[in-house]
Design a protein around this ligand. Sequence first.
Ligand SMILES: CC(C)(COP(=O)(O)OP(=O)(O)OC[C@H]1O[C@@H](n2cnc3c(N)ncnc32)[C@H](O)[C@@H]1OP(=O)(O)O)[C@@H](O)C(=O)NCCC(=O)NCCS
Length: 153
Amino acid sequence: MEIVKTSITDLNALRNLEKTCFPLDAWPLLDLVAVLSFPGVVRLKAVENGQMIGFVAAETRPHENTDWIATLCVHPAYQRRGIGSQLLEACESQLTMPSTRLCVRANNTAAIHMYQRAGYLFIDTWWKYYRDGADALIMEKRLRQPSYEPYRL
Ligand SMILES: CC(C)(COP(=O)(O)OP(=O)(O)OC[C@H]1O[C@@H](n2cnc3c(N)ncnc32)[C@H](O)[C@@H]1OP(=O)(O)O)[C@@H](O)C(=O)NCCC(=O)NCCS
């Protein structure tokens, strides 16, 4: 398995992977095109035997002074092999803001365990965020100290 940059040429592969991994929340085609082509997005895929088996993307939100993990998934046949954690770590290593945030379905215990193991903490709940009325938990990891000097009296 290797983790490499991805691009719009992976649109079909990502579409299939997303449908398999997110039966309730698969992104519409336009969102997939955007995540594979917009500037400033970190987008990485996990590849084994020439097949995309995992994907992660993150965007920078300078006005919030944070990066957001937009999506992260691993094909069910390849889960529990550490690939999700490796994708997350590889993505984080390319992010520049002091903290990284993400939202996750409140009942997605697999993902929540993975994020907690990676150092993410709960900071908020977005009630009824998903189309089916499920709540979203917001998690945050502080990756580095803020780059500004603390104000001194
Ligand atoms: C969440 C997801 C990306 C995890 O990928 P993965 O490659 O299986 O994760 P890892 O193997 O790196 O697991 C890391 C840790 O997360 C936890 N974890 C992962 N899957 C779990 C499960 N099914 N149940 C409980 N804990 C789980 C474990 O603590 C695991 O460590 P361990 O295997 O040493 O016990 C994967 O389950 C997935 O794609 N799910 C569907 C899409 C999704 O929900 N994405 C997250 C959206 S916010």
